[in-house]
Design a protein around this ligand. Structure first.
Ligand SMILES: CC(C)(C)OC(=O)N[C@@H]1CNC[C@H](C(=O)N(Cc2cccc(Cl)c2Cl)C2CC2)C1
Length: 324
């Protein structure tokens, strides 16, 4: 349950600074799942026991077994999500879901097919969407809305800390109902959400040093805890990468590791040791989202790792503070 000051923390695991996930349970007795708490979506789905044996991505993850839960309620409505990078198909079920110790009766999707790309790379089992109900597929009330209607939280907010060091424990923390002062310094700077219904803000510009290079007249930025990187219109990102001397190859932008960056490079350079030696990946990606949704920038995990973020449903605003 929410602890005595009306907040409920969930520790997160940091996998390679690109996937941050925490544990929830579904069913009675509890079946445990690792989920990404994704502000860019608003549905809960986990792999299903009745997943096709040919779906590798399904088979290498924890699967929900309705027949082993005494609180399972059948629904059966079809469900599918089309991601940019893949898709999830299945059917709806209802059961008790426990997040941060708070139980809710929740309609969620049992995934019976998960596209190999990208889910074979996923260390998490499923996704718990923390977006607004407007984004929810099949009009399902999202988990956080079910928790808010229980009036157990001190504030109708949730906050996210993502560590920047895979060795740091915990790798991050989600707090329902408040913030965790252990993970930020200074005060919050609040930004109104663009039009309520999505965790997106009006970004006033993208600058390198003191020079505003893009979005000078304002553009949309999604604050997306479920995305690994910062993405922007491909043309803008390619100019940005040129400025920092990065080259593009099939796996994204790279720079050589000993180039000094006047800009806080640790915020967007991901050092990885690979077979062929050390590789420094730039965590910016070009991604052209077609209108009307796009063009937009997506500020993902590496942005959130730099700025402790509070998502405020009461005031439809997002707060940023310097992460420790
Ligand atoms: C329109 C709608 C379907 C709601 O859009 C979304 O749901 N949009 C989601 C927005 N947030 C990121 C989501 C995403 O890309 N992944 C895949 C992913 C991300 C990082 C690392 C890995 Cl390995 C993977 Cl598989 C889900 C896991 C969160 C899509």
């Amino acid at each position: 349950p929410a602890d005595n000051n009306g907040t409920a923390p969930t520790p997160l695991t940091n996998y390679l600074d690109t996937q941050y996930f925490g544990e929830i349970s579904i069913g009675s007795p509890a079946q445990m799942f690792n989920v990404v708490f994704d502000t860019g979506s608003a549905n809960l789905w986990v792999p299903s026991q009745s997943c096709s044996p040919f779906s590798t991505a399904c088979f290498t993850h924890n699967r929900y077994d309705a027949s082993h839960s005494r609180t399972y309620v059948e629904n059966g409505t079809g469900f599918s999500i089309q991601y940019a990078s893949g898709n999830v198909r299945g059917f709806l079920s209802e059961d008790v879901v426990v997040v941060g110790g708070i139980p809710v009766v929740q309609v969620f999707a049992e995934a019976t097919s998960l596209s190999a790309m990208p889910f074979i790379f996923a260390k998490f089992d499923g996704v718990l969407g923390m977006g607004y109900p407007d984004v929810a597929i099949d009009g399902i009330t999202p988990v956080f809305d079910r928790i808010m209607s229980q009036h157990v939280l001190k504030e109708e907010v949730f906050s996210v800390y993502y560590s920047r060091d895979p060795k740091h424990s915990p790798g991050g923390e989600l707090v329902l109902g408040g913030t965790d002062p252990n993970y930020y310094t200074g005060s919050f700077n609040y930004v109104k959400t663009k039009d309520t219904g999505k965790w997106e803000v009006l970004m006033k510009g993208v600058s390198v040093g003191t020079r505003t290079m893009f979005c000078a007249e304002g553009c949309t930025a999604v604050i997306d805890t479920g995305s690994s990187y910062i993405t922007g219109p491909a043309s803008s990102v390619s100019v940005l990468m040129e400025t920092i001397g990065a080259d593009l190859d099939e796996s994204g932008y790279k720079v050589n590791c000993d180039t000094q960056y006047s800009l806080t490079h640790e915020d967007y350079i991901l050092w990885q040791s690979q077979i062929e030696g050390e590789v420094c990946k730039v965590t910016f990606r070009g991604l052209d989202v077609p209108p009307p949704t796009g063009p937009l920038w997506i500020l993902g995990a590496n942005f959130i790792a730099r700025y402790y973020t509070e998502f405020d449903r009461r005031h439809n605003r997002i707060g940023f503070a310097a992460a420790v």
